[in-house]
Design a protein around this ligand. Sequence first.
Ligand code: FAD
Ligand code: NAP
Length: 449
Amino acid sequence: MLNVPSQSFPAPSSQQRVASGGRSKVPLKQGRSLMDWIRLTKSGKDLTGLRGRLIEVTEEELKKHNKKDDCWICIRGFVYNVSPYMEYHPGGEDELMRAAGSDGTDLFDQVHRWVNYESMLKECLVGRMAIKPAVPKDYREEKKVLNGLSHEIQEDFSVRVVENVGKIEIVLKKKENTSWKRLGHPLENHNLLIPKKDTGLYYRKCQLISKEGVTHDTKLFCLMLPPSTHLQVPVGQHVYLKLTITGTEIVKPYTPVCDFLLSEFKEPVLLNNKYIYFLIKIYPAGLFTPELDHLHIGDFVSVSNPEGNFKISQFRELEDLFLLAAGTGFTPMVKILNYALTNIPGLRKVKLMFFNKTEDDIIWRSQLEKLAFKDKRFDVEFVLSAPTSEWNGKRGYISPALLSQFLKRSLDNSRVLICICGPTPFTEQGIRLLHDLNFSKDEIHSFTA
Ligand code: FAD
Ligand code: NAP
């Protein structure tokens, strides 16, 4: 037997029924039919007065648009400029004006629930209502939850910094796969943008994971960041390491390196966002480095937030990059090299001139030579101040002769940047020589204390 529903016509929720009982239609002027409205919306005319721009609308702003010739209405969080639609509205202008400058969702639902307003009013969309910060009913209840979020998140998260655009993307993963009704609220002193000049140095305790000899007096230290911490040191910047030595806190600056020169030698490569690497020369008579060297795996070192005045924008449209490094002055050059070779599209040439006393002092020599073999844009020259008689390479100190021969532009007018770092007298001498060779201030970046 057929199951035929005993349904009256029109159906209880149909447009005809609700329209006949719920509201009255008003006669529309000639040329103001639904078809005419659709034609107008397809005509390309600016119906919002914002030339296609979508804005965030505050309650105060919404209230201001409450006149027939300037009428905004909010429906389910979206704001529409309904003035151009007034004459086409089958329920009449006065009906529409009841919601002028306010949230008309309830009114709309009473009479229009079935109407596909999103597509009808698409060309009238002004934007979204600005979200008011949710105030939790019970603050104490909210406080129990981690990170100010209303639910727990996994410890692992990823941060992507697009430096040239200035955007930061943070991806958090829910601990439980449930739908969140609200996000929570920021903890005290969180969700703030503080100008860098107003922030103090903040230290986090990092654990020593490994310590490996690189040369006879230089070691690669790997520190692990505390859980749920993100510390990204920009290219060319340094941090401060802090240790308590005989009851006094001692702080020294160090420039983190990345492991890109090591990656083909070591497996597995440690995840960069959890670990921070330093190449540090141990001075037996020094204050800080012997103490650092005496730390055991598992001990802690405090690491500050980054500082420095090197800017990625200095690489803009760069064609030739020259790096002059002496001893551990090589450390800022590691990230610079990595960044330049992977991120500067028009880069033609990268040359490193690396000054050391002896062959034994050269940090990552074979790695640099391999890179030069692999990437034709890169070249390295070692200069030794106290070589053995077997040394066939360049010898001596930074000099006009060495520099003028080394700093050859790939084209007569190519855009050049020269970075220099080493013992202060070396750097100062280098800057003087570069000026003598007619390089401008903008073409030189010196790393100094
Ligand atoms: P110090 O106590 O400063 O002594 C250093 C040397 O000077 C020792 O040989 C000591 O015997 C000698 N000395 C000290 N006092 C005297 C004196 N009165 N007369 C004669 N000689 C003296 N270093 C790195 O290894 N890696 C890096 O990545 C790195 N990054 C840096 C980034 C910046 C921005 C700066 C400014 C420096 C950086 N350094 C780096 C150097 C680092 O900060 C320290 O200066 C270095 O580690 C020496 O510290 P120390 O306390 O062990 O030695
Ligand atoms: P080093 O071994 O003492 O010197 C490296 C080379 O530079 C040697 O050939 C040395 O020659 C030569 N040199 C030293 N002084 C010179 C001068 N006045 N003129 C010309 N050549 C000179 O170097 P290091 O012990 O590794 O020290 C590295 C330095 O870099 C430290 O002072 C550190 O603070 C600095 N650094 C700075 C930064 C930064 O960002 N600002 C980062 C890392 C390191 P001789 O030994 O034969 O004289």
